[in-house]
Design a protein around this ligand. Sequence first.
Ligand SMILES: Cc1cc2nc3c(=O)[nH]c(=O)nc-3n(C[C@H](O)[C@H](O)[C@H](O)COP(=O)(O)OP(=O)(O)OC[C@H]3O[C@@H](n4cnc5c(N)ncnc54)[C@H](O)[C@@H]3O)c2cc1C
Length: 345
Amino acid sequence: MKKTVTVVGGGAVGLTVAWTLARRGSTVTVVDPRPGSGASWVAGGMIAPYSEAWPGEEELYRLGVESLGLWEGFARDLQPYADGPLVTSRGTVHLAVDEGDAADLQTVADAVGDPAVFAPLRPSAAARAVPGAAPRIRAAATAPDEISVDNRLLHRALRAACAAEGVAFRAEEVGGAAALDGLPGDAVIVCAGADSAALAPGLGVRPVKGEVVRLRRGPTCLPPPTVTVRARVRGRQVYVVPRADGVVVGATQYENDRDLGVRIGPVVELLDDAFAVLPFLREYEFVEVAAGLRPTTAGNVPVIAPLGGRVFAATGHGRNGLLLAPVTGARAADMVLKQEVQAWS
Ligand SMILES: Cc1cc2nc3c(=O)[nH]c(=O)nc-3n(C[C@H](O)[C@H](O)[C@H](O)COP(=O)(O)OP(=O)(O)OC[C@H]3O[C@@H](n4cnc5c(N)ncnc54)[C@H](O)[C@@H]3O)c2cc1C
């Protein structure tokens, strides 16, 4: 059944939900004072459920694997709206520097439990897969089915795709939980990222701040890796995600911190770790450091659920909101379209 729906929040999650509902015939309005100002603009862009696997996070893992399966079709349907290739690389290579790092990598491999999708790699094979990588690698692994995407092209493509499906945009801030009642439609969906806490405090969504660095390849530099490189460097993690013209290096992590200022010490450590495994990045040009807030729940699993009356939530995607966008769009649309229509007055 077609419905009239208001989506609160125009990040990657809100726009995917809006686009999915509009493609299924609903009349959709996105309310956001600054679409694309949140975590979706900052993210590294890894679509990487296997690399993210960890004991105790089985539900998140299953959801991530399901969403990865939807990503090819999602990217194919969005590509006509994008200014460049959305998918920037295929495959992830993990590098572990010391024995503790190698043990952590084994923990990931055990959590996945399927060498077809996450397999050990000989250091010599890792060196071939990542030209220019430093030679001192204790262990390596590969996740060949993972991809990475350009998060900013993705957000712009989603906006254009929504507009093409007739989604309306209202540049307004929804001023708290009580204001949700004043929004029109058969359904209102809260997709406000880390700010969802102000609109639906019961969800327990908290901000986990993260910083990423963007570097551009200079004219005399080695090209960016053709795979995502994730490294464990003496107990710390760093990732290097290819872009058309450079890389994104991430990410720092601070619990319950809403301050979007950049802390230089942790960012320098992040770059030190990236240079330890990919020394040629030292020659790249610095472009920017950006900070964002991962909208995180207690169990690291997003909330895609009715909140009562005609209000729903699709939020709390933590460190995996881009990965989980397609499955969230599908589930949120099913949830809203199957709900009995409740008259709005
Ligand atoms: C450093 C970093 C690296 C990351 N890397 C990855 C990665 O590699 N892969 C991955 O899958 N995920 C990654 N993530 C996580 C991912 O970015 C998030 O999970 C995802 O962007 C969340 O999308 P969202 O649309 O829910 O929230 P956001 O993108 O934060 O958007 C929320 C939107 O809601 C709007 N809003 C807020 N309050 C209101 C209100 N009251 N009224 C109206 N509008 C409102 C905001 O203006 C904003 O536009 C990363 C995150 C960070 C911070």
